[in-house]
Design a protein around this ligand. Sequence first.
Ligand SMILES: Cc1cc2nc3c(=O)[nH]c(=O)nc-3n(C[C@H](O)[C@H](O)[C@H](O)COP(=O)(O)OP(=O)(O)OC[C@H]3O[C@@H](n4cnc5c(N)ncnc54)[C@H](O)[C@@H]3O)c2cc1C
Length: 568
Amino acid sequence: MRRLETDILILGSGGAGLFAALHAHQTDPTASITVAVKGLLGKCGCTRMVQGGYNVALAQGDSVERHFMDTIDGGKWLPDQDLAWTLVTKAVERIHELENELGCFFDRNPDGTIHQKAFAGQTFDRTVHKGDLTGIEIINRLAEQVWSRGIARLEEHRAVDLIKTADGSRIAGVLMIDIRTGEFVFVRAKAVLLATGGGPTMYRFHTPSGDKSCDGLAMALRAGLSLRDMEMVQFHPTGLLAGAHTRMTGTVLEEGLRGAGGYLLNGAGKRFMHDHDPRGERATRDVVSRSMFREMREGRTSPNGGLFIEMGHLGPENVRKQFKGMVERCSDCGFDLAGGRVEVVPTAHYMMGGVVFGADCTTELPGLFAAGEDTGGVHGANRLGGNGVANSTVFGGIAGETMAAWVRRQDPSPPDEAAIADSIGEHEAPFHLPPGDLGAIREALYACMWEDVGILRDGQGLARGLATLDALDARLARTGVADASRVFDLTWHDWLNLKSLIAVSRVIAAAALAREDSRGAHFREDFPEAGPLAASTYSVVRQAGERLELSQRAVAFTRVAPGQTLIE
Ligand SMILES: Cc1cc2nc3c(=O)[nH]c(=O)nc-3n(C[C@H](O)[C@H](O)[C@H](O)COP(=O)(O)OP(=O)(O)OC[C@H]3O[C@@H](n4cnc5c(N)ncnc54)[C@H](O)[C@@H]3O)c2cc1C
């Protein structure tokens, strides 16, 4: 095992990880900072995939109070209000930093002000963007700045366990696997940032990048940390459905298609959304996804088992002009979006839940910090489109500052060597077992999460889902991988991905079973009512040995209570 040492170790190079690196360096240029990432820095994760844009209250007539109220309403009153307030206020600072210090070009109005577009669920047009490739602009500029500061990089290094000191009182570092060589690497650090970006890739159809398999959340669980709001998984209604042979299946066809007047049709060619909601196709993501799922469950499906989106009535030329990228994406998969019908399916997009953390990005474990999609509490029961990248960049920056201040006061602590040895043993376990069919386990996981822990839930299905997940965990524990070369051993990493995904899926299912009301993204057919907002609770799960401990905690309405508003 290789050993390295750094003051600050950042796991993940999305908006959260890279902002943390920059702000840590800015706060203390003498601190040694290392970014460790499963993929290549600047080329992986979901921040790069952001299409729509970044929510921030900039324009005249808008206000941080309005952005805050939209976030609280959208989150169905479950967000931690201090976290949400930090999000909306710091987003203003962060967008100026992105433009003026990091060099991002965002689209502008003819008068030179930043153009902000409409996004669902918001009472003001506040989404800053660069065409429909906003994430590439943000990540490219961030990566350049990180490179230029000489911040150390461990690319294609997969974090596998958070290692504490022998007395368990704080974090001492992180055990990783160097994917290129297959060797274990222990990085000792005074501060560690969890910024691996969650990612609900355990569902049959999903949008996040392939490098995301909930590793950060699984590591946090094993380290005994609490996760909140884990039942809240957001589905995007229009994932492309182009058959099982292509990775394009599940990827997002942007929300603007429905916004512009696109029709959703069932397999018989009938528009169905008005049977479910008076807003039709323009209803919110959760409502549209549920309606689509119902239609599919009734068997009124397209050839690949989904539904159709149709845009031709808006004029094919107009569609080609307005949605160039989407038209090309569909054409690559054999569909004519401008003039014909495209098969679509709801697709798992974002996890509102994650590690319990504070507005300064501290967690329960001293020395461990968290930011971005690995955290819970900012969005409550639903995330507004455009609040995701704001979340990761706002809190990533804060985490960098907090960590730089923290490491000044700390000496490095020796790790629990027995814990490192145990972890290596567990991660090498599949080499000592007869190789088996990981693909079959993955398919069974997809089916279980899609059918029993997905868009429409009930107690019976969730209990069945939990039993299936336990069985899959046991099946994986009996399934090995060939012990050949460990250099880029993607079968081994697939095994590790499944391990993380099953662990986190169990938490989603358990939290969903415990929540007997329907809020935002979580819908129980056996408990369809939301319940009184004033008595709102959020769920917290932690792992105690093999068991999951669940509790419901009252939401503290620290800034505004249901029925009130901050808008003048
Ligand atoms: C297609 C798509 C479109 C989106 N559009 C929008 C939008 O328009 N507006 C918006 O606000 N949000 C959008 N989102 C959501 C947004 O992308 C995320 O909320 C946000 O970017 C997450 O940032 P992050 O830094 O937490 O994680 P990410 O950017 O996902 O980065 C995670 C990083 O962790 C690394 N990693 C993972 N596991 C490990 C491990 N074990 N060890 C080391 N490194 C690891 C990954 O390689 C990656 O570098 C979109 C998401 C998708 C998928």
